[in-house]
Design a binder for this molecule. Sequence first.
Ligand code: PRX
Length: 706
Amino acid sequence: MDIKTFSEAPWLYLSLSIVIAFATYLILRRQRPATAINEEMNDVKQAAAEGFSSSEEIFPPSSDFIAKARVKGMAGYQKLYRRSIDDPEGFWADEAKELTWFEPWTKVLDESKKPFFKWFVGGKTNLAYNCIDAQIAKGLGEKVAIVFEGEPTPGGVAEIRKITYRELLSEVSRFANVLKSLDLKKGDTVAIYMPMVPELAFAVLACARIGVVHSVVFGGFSAESIRDRVNDANSKAVITMDGGYRRGKFLPLKQTVDEAVKDCPSCKHVLVLQRHLGKPDAACTMQSGRDLWYHERAAQVTDVCPAVWQESNDMLFLLYTSGSTGKPKGIIHGTGGYMLQAYTTNKYVFDLRNDDLFWCTADVGWVTGHTYVVYGPLLNGASVLMYEGAPDAPDFGRFWKIIQDHKVSVFYTAPTAIRAFMKWGDEWVKKHDLSSLRLLGSVGEPINPEAWLWYHRNIGAARCPIVDTWWQTETGGHMITPIPGCTPTKPGSATLPFFGVDAAVLDENGEETDSGILAIRKPWPGITQGIYGDEKRYIEAYWSRWGGKYYFPGDGAIKDKDGYLWITGRVDDVVNVSGHRIGTAELEAVFIENEAVAESAVIGVKHDLKGQGLMAFVILKTAHAKTVNEANLAKTLNNMVDAKIGKFARPERIVFVPDLPKTRSGKIMRRLLRDISEDRELGNVSTLADPAVVEAIRQKFATPAV
Ligand code: PRX
């Protein structure tokens, strides 16, 4: 049959058109992410309207700071930045040559499997070797690598330890030999659940030394969270400690691990360190065959352990983080590219020098602790401070006393902490000598200009530059940040992209705009290698928004007239509570497990101290709605959050409502819930299936919680 025109075979043309139209629809639908673009844009626009980026004050670095800085002035920044964008491979190869490679790479960047990028293909290296042995080779063996300040124990004395690079080599090598004695080898995964003590750094570095993938689980997570992470990664062992101190209390971590690994078939061993040798916590019971005391195993091995060669793209670690849907995802980081991101950001952003004592207050359980407590400072041969306890124990001056006692020179903390310091009062700061400080940093959430200015005046004595660093677990290291000897800063702005970062602010169609969504065009060395066991989810969550051309980090941003970037916060269903990422879907999944709950919607709302808090709106099943005691049920739901995620994920309030604001197609309009919670005029309600619902929710919200 030879058909040439529509008139000859209309049925064929029609069916072809339908097939093509349907296929196009399917493709477009696939590319359209689950979260609604318009709502997100509204949020950023609202931030812009509220004067988010209106701070006009500009703080250039002092001439004194510039004189000693590694990169000087904006011209210095522009020159390096231009090269990093025009010739990224040349730029990164030159930086990478400052590190130790056992075998050179054959290709700097392989984009053939985009968005799964490979850096320094064929290059052989080892991160622990670069952090320790390479520093000793440079003559830093007797230099202090880690200064540890423990929380004051019940006896009232804080434990202080100083560990040199040579001692670190011995500790890490012995630890690695213990891991080997448990038959753990290159490519295996282990989970680490420990307090902020030097042994946590030893454990991480020991894994890196022999190619074991570490999956650190923050010490505040519950047994169920540990279980899920161990199972997802098939971790063969868990490294933990009998417990750690916080605000004078001993927190029994091993007990939580016991609870977790009951349901972890892959976990053959629990390796237990003692917080105080010879004094195990009474509650720490050992299961024969599975549980092993670290100190007993350590006595049986030597402290010499050669570093295992890693191909640059071999997996270094997994770190679980929340997304807008489903369970937390295991973010994969490789070896060489991540190493370079950690090395260069510490070198340029903190301008680290030989005589610096660097203190990043983050827990190693989060990515900030990986890159800026363990790997980055050591790659630069710096001394790093680790503190076990809380900022308010035994008193509100704890951090300032630590800075004074140890002469910390670079201090890196979160806006949540800064807002708490402001609340506790300047007198705690004034009692201490902070003159050793020369540079301050902020990370984890947008910093409000008031907090920035307080930090600048009270902690930095109007002398120290502030680097407000935007980045995320997936990026491995800083992405948008001032370079301290170069960038004039504006309070509340993360300013300009780091070297090699090609950032843009886009609208829903991928067009550049002034207020929209942050997007990154080119790959950078520290970019994640994907989500463990779920390539599809990685592509969908990060690369589908603009047809695969840009990485979508999930943040809104405003670009001002000087090209400075102001991060407005998450535009997906992730909430940043005190700098901790929590997916609203995770909480909703917890609530639905309660038999009285029919449905819920969790949103993020402004919070004076935490930046954002969680607000939960819960609908009860009809059978329970009349009989349930709301106060008791709220308690039960909170306890469920503690048990399934961790106490830090508790909502500010649980409001029981008759219904949720839904469109006719059944989508919950979270924006209206935010308007109610933040006492704003309601946005457009005309698309709601039942506009009266909003008033009912508003009334319920106005009734004080019991
Ligand atoms: O929303 C951004 C916010 O924290 C998110 C990343 O969280 P996480 O992967 O846990 O890593 C935290 C430490 C880097 C980002 O998507 N965020 C982080 N730093 C900033 C920030 N928001 C504004 N300004 C920052 N400096």
